[in-house]
Design a protein around this ligand. Structure first.
Ligand code: SF4
Length: 312
């Protein structure tokens, strides 16, 4: 294929680390402050914990065992890499004292196949001690923090019971970058009451964050979540329930990419979860890899590029 019309995460990581890397998801047994009452109860309205973890994380006990299983899982699918990053994915992976965090992170790093760690967390759950720990680790290993920001709009964050606002996300990203650590961010497209116009307007705020990589996910509504009930009772609040299917999602992604700072590497354009968990998704079974190819082909066809709509 011709050169990709956007800054692809895999290529960006190859340039940065000099090798082909594969992330191995880890469930280190963390909980979430937005469920246990220290920030809020009940969690985010869209959250379904079991949708986070790949099958190889389940039933495993230690981090080392999960890494072994993950290596076998990827090898069986012929996904080989030159080096592997432990991806602390499930729940809030900085929600513990620094001593405990160090024990878990260093257990992953002690595995001979692991060359770095990526820590997924909330913007309101990153202390200066944790940042110092990560900065220390980053002297020898690759380290990145991935923040679930989800929306730049405080009304949306409040509506879905996130328990933090966008100012806290800006603060977390700024402090993490100042500690010399790569930062990623996760956003959900199609949260309640957000229009296409709102989403496209939010890209300017995302560009101003100065993050290194980004994941966009379509809103997937999981069975038995709070948002599942809202979606059935108030379909008018949801962009994707108003005749928004794959074609419209692809068109939206392209408009987003054309407004996105070309320095931000794009890691994901859509998410995938086991079908039996999903009550509604605009993508009806299309795999993220195929969707990405469709976006790429269409952008190449029209000669669009990441950031080509940014006014200089
Ligand atoms: S912060 Fe993350 S883990 Fe916690 S409830 Fe929200 S989505 Fe779920």
């Amino acid at each position: 294929m011709e050169q990709l019309p956007y800054n692809d995460y895999g290529s960006a990581m190859r340039r940065k680390l000099g090798t082909r890397v594969q992330k191995l998801a880890i469930d280190a047994g963390f909980s979430c402050p937005n469920r246990d009452g220290s920030v809020g109860y009940g969690g985010c309205t869209f959250c379904l914990g079991e949708a986070f973890s790949p099958s190889y994380c389940r039933e495993a006990t230690t981090i080392t065992e999960q890494i072994e299983r993950a290596l076998r899982f990827h090898a069986a699918r012929d996904r080989r890499a030159d080096s592997y990053l432990a991806y602390f994915q499930s729940n809030t992976n900085t929600y513990a004292d620094t001593e405990h965090l160090a024990k878990l992170y260093y257990e992953a790093l002690s595995h001979p196949s692991i060359s770095g760690i990526i820590i997924s967390t909330r913007p309101d759950c990153i202390t200066s001690d944790t940042l110092q720990l990560l900065a220390d680790i980053s002297k020898r290993n690759y380290v990145a923090v991935e923040y679930g920001i989800e929306s730049v709009y405080d009304t949306t964050l409040s509506h879905v019971n996130r328990g933090h606002n966008f100012a806290q996300a800006i603060d977390a990203v700024t402090r993490t970058k100042a500690a010399g650590i790569d930062v990623g961010a996760h956003f959900i497209l199609g949260l309640p009451n957000e229009t296409k116009h709102d989403i496209l307007n939010s890209i300017h705020s995302i560009n101003a964050l100065c993050i290194d990589f980004i994941k966009f996910h379509q809103l997937q509504i999981y069975h038995s979540t709070v948002i599942d009930e809202e979606w059935r009772e108030h379909p008018e609040r949801f962009l994707f329930s108003q005749n928004f299917g794959t074609e419209e999602y692809i068109a939206l992604l392209i408009e987003i990419i054309r407004r996105l700072d070309p320095h931000i590497a794009i890691e994901r354009l859509a998410s995938q979860a086991p079908r039996h968990l999903i009550a509604h998704s605009p993508l009806s079974g299309i795999r993220p890899h195929d969707l990405r190819n469709m976006v790429t082909e269409r952008m190449l066809h029209h000669d669009y590029r990441q950031g080509d709509l940014i006014e200089r």
